[in-house]
Design a protein. Structure first.
Length: 343
């Protein structure tokens, strides 16, 4: 056998040996996985925060300090842990922790670790639908081109509808993935049925039966009665009489007057001075109370309401008032709207 052939065989044997060594070497150990399960009542839905100490060094992340809020330790973390990602996304100083599954990539003592947290939902939830929220919910679901839910089947047939729209949750407290089974004990099997049930939601209490994360949840929707605009009586072009109940409703919900209108602050001499009302809908409370497009509200009973503190002070003092004067600027002229509160 020639020396050249011998060297070739030797090199080949060495290559095989190296391959076998590589195959027999222990694989990189998989990160340890810690499972944590909590009930909603143990943690709730909250923001948890800690200083982002690892922001300027690799791999980055959020370091859990010894004096961090106790919520961190409920979630399975220990002092010194560095959270690199949550559900695959880099973390910041604050994270919203709510019902569902959260998977954290963590470094503990320099070694990778996965912490999987499951927060089970509360068995009962309540959402109040005031007139504005209900109107927006109905507006959102009435477009037939956009589906909010899809039918779900089991062996017996359609068992409910799965929520695929995150926006609907802004109004009725659902989440993507929820399985809605019934509304007011009536089975829901299609997007059209869900839309009809929402449009016909009665004033008062309605219960929605759904599954969230494999657990049954009862969602109680409380639809508040619309504001009764017949409680406003026009006495003249600038004088109105309102019932005490109407005045109390506005006092308890200051957003009422901004419904179905657009409100923007008026800036004068680089300072906020009143606000302008426009795009007033004919069936809005503002229209019923005599406001017209372009009105600039200057003050209420001489009190400026440009800042939040001024609005709170005015609201507190005027809660028991029997007469209010709202001073406006209308098409460059001063106008006063007077409201008498009937006993």
């Amino acid at each position: 056998m020639s020396a050249k052939v011998s060297r070739g065989i030797a090199c080949g044997l060495v290559g095989i040996a190296l391959s076998l060594t590589s195959l027999s070497a222990a694989p990189d150990p998989k990160p340890q996985v810690i499972h944590v399960e909590l009930e909603h009542k143990q943690l709730g839905s909250r923001l948890v925060a800690s200083s982002l100490k690892q922001a300027s060094v690799e791999p980055g992340g959020l370091e859990i300090a010894t004096n961090s809020p106790p919520e961190w330790f409920q979630l399975g973390f220990k002092p010194g842990d560095v959270i690199v990602t949550e559900n695959g996304s880099p973390v910041g100083e604050r994270m919203y922790i709510g019902d569902g599954v959260h998977v954290f990539d963590v470094l503990r003592n320099g070694k990778p670790l996965l912490i999987r947290v499951v927060i089970h939902p509360a068995s009962r939830r309540t959402r109040v639908l005031d007139e504005d929220r209900f109107d927006k919910l109905v507006e959102h679901v009435k477009d037939p081109a956009d589906a909010r839910v899809v039918p779900v089947k089991n062996k017996q047939g359609i068992s409910g509808v799965r929520v695929i729209d995150s926006l609907i949750g802004l109004y009725m407290d659902t989440e993507v993935g929820d399985l809605i089974r019934t509304i007011d004990s009536n089975p829901i099997a299609s997007d059209a049925q869900l839309t009809a049930a929402i449009q016909n939601l009665r004033v008062g209490t309605t219960e929605v039966a759904l599954d969230r994360g494999g657990r049954p949840v009862t969602l109680t929707l409380i639809r508040k009665a619309p504001l009764d605009l017949t409680q406003v009586k026009k006495l003249s072009a600038t004088r109105y009489e309102v019932t005490r109940a109407f005045a109390d409703a506005i006092s308890n919900d200051t957003d009422i007057l901004s419904r179905k209108v657009t409100v923007a602050p008026r800036i004068k001499n680089n300072k906020p001075q009143g606000f302008t009302i426009y795009d007033i809908q004919p069936d809005s409370p503002a229209a019923k109370l005599g406001f017209v497009d372009g009105d600039i509200v200057i003050d209420v009973d001489g009190r400026e309401i440009d800042t939040l503190d001024e609005q709170v002070d005015a609201r507190t003092e005027l809660e028991s008032a029997t007469k209010l004067d709202v001073h406006l600027e209308r098409k460059g002229k001063s106008v006063t709207l007077t409201y008498l509160v009937a006993p």
